[in-house]
Ligand binder design. Sequence first.
Ligand SMILES: NC(=O)c1ccc[n+]([C@@H]2O[C@H](COP(=O)([O-])OP(=O)(O)OC[C@H]3O[C@@H](n4cnc5c(N)ncnc54)[C@H](OP(=O)(O)O)[C@@H]3O)[C@@H](O)[C@H]2O)c1
Length: 357
Amino acid sequence: MGLKVGLVGVGPVGDMIIRVLRERNFPIDGKIIVMATSERTEVLGGESFLVRKISAELFKELDLVFFAGKEGAQGASVQWGKIAVDNGCVVIDNGGDFRMHPDYPLVIPEVNMDAVTKDTRHICNPNCSTIQMVVALAPLHKVARLHRVVVSTYQSVSGFGGAAMDQLKDEMNQVVEGKVPETDSRIFAHPMASNCLPHIDRFMANGYTKEEMKMVNETRKILNEPNLLINPTTVRIPVLVGHSESVNAEFMGEMTAEKALEILSDPRQSPGVIVIDGPTGDTQGKDIRKDPLERQYPTAMDLKEDQYKDAVLVGRIRDDSTARNAINLWCVSDNLRKGAATNAVQIAEAMLERGLL
Ligand SMILES: NC(=O)c1ccc[n+]([C@@H]2O[C@H](COP(=O)([O-])OP(=O)(O)OC[C@H]3O[C@@H](n4cnc5c(N)ncnc54)[C@H](OP(=O)(O)O)[C@@H]3O)[C@@H](O)[C@H]2O)c1
């Protein structure tokens, strides 16, 4: 017997949740109830759904609801999260509204599944940029305790929803035609095609953006390290799907690139991580050039491969030549999958395994 499952929101994350539930054969009883702000038919994950206008009545029929709606006061979780819980559902929420609330666990199953207890009814999925960095750093943190992290991100436009993907495609066509693309200022502050914008989400009084402060605050909460030093710069780049991050991490205990490579290459110590590093051709057959120093590393395009699509890919692991016990790494992950849908479904799977659902 499966669970009665609902989904709120039919953007790229909602679409991916349907795909991931099907791919992983998540046990579902009957049809998934899909909700949004209005009734219509939508194709999600290749299946046609009658999308229902969201209502309290619909939650009464459900055990588990994935929220993938817009954030904010008019958004899905603020408006409907408590109503879903009051009507007997467990909520797994992709939005950012409750992530920093002390009563709501913020969970990456590989890292802090113990934050979910038998009393938990509303679980938050961290932000996509946070998830991939923490999956890569948590195994190293366990061994040598992090002191300071400096991170720069290279984030795809799907992180800002379906409208941003359409906008980039439109602008790319304009660039190919030799035009300076016209942008839609409701989505990007400047043209996005052929450009990089050090601006994700709103600016805050301290000069950082909300996305940057999410990386700081969420990482501290997940690792239970309230004083961890984290210095982020988040950048939107003209890629449709897949975030990349350049991470410099300094540890309190002994850490070298060699040790980090060993830890991150061990799936028992580093669940969810796949290392793509070392000389080219030694494992991947990517012997593209003859330079003996040529190395392999992950890129967002690698996420199209089945074996990599749900992983955090790590490469460019090397010593920071300017500090002791400090390393650099490059990590890549699919923001719609591990950064959102896969992480949410993995939380539900882990709850089932632990008898919490
Ligand atoms: N994209 C990513 O990489 C990523 C990663 C991690 C987390 N997230 C988060 O996941 C959520 C979904 O992202 P997305 O990119 O798929 O968003 P999106 O393309 O903007 O889609 C939002 C969906 O939410 C629905 N919605 C908005 N307000 C609602 C309300 N009050 N009640 C019911 N439904 C409501 C919309 O319904 P209508 O279609 O009827 O307007 C729409 O289907 C966001 O909170 C986002 O921050 C996204």
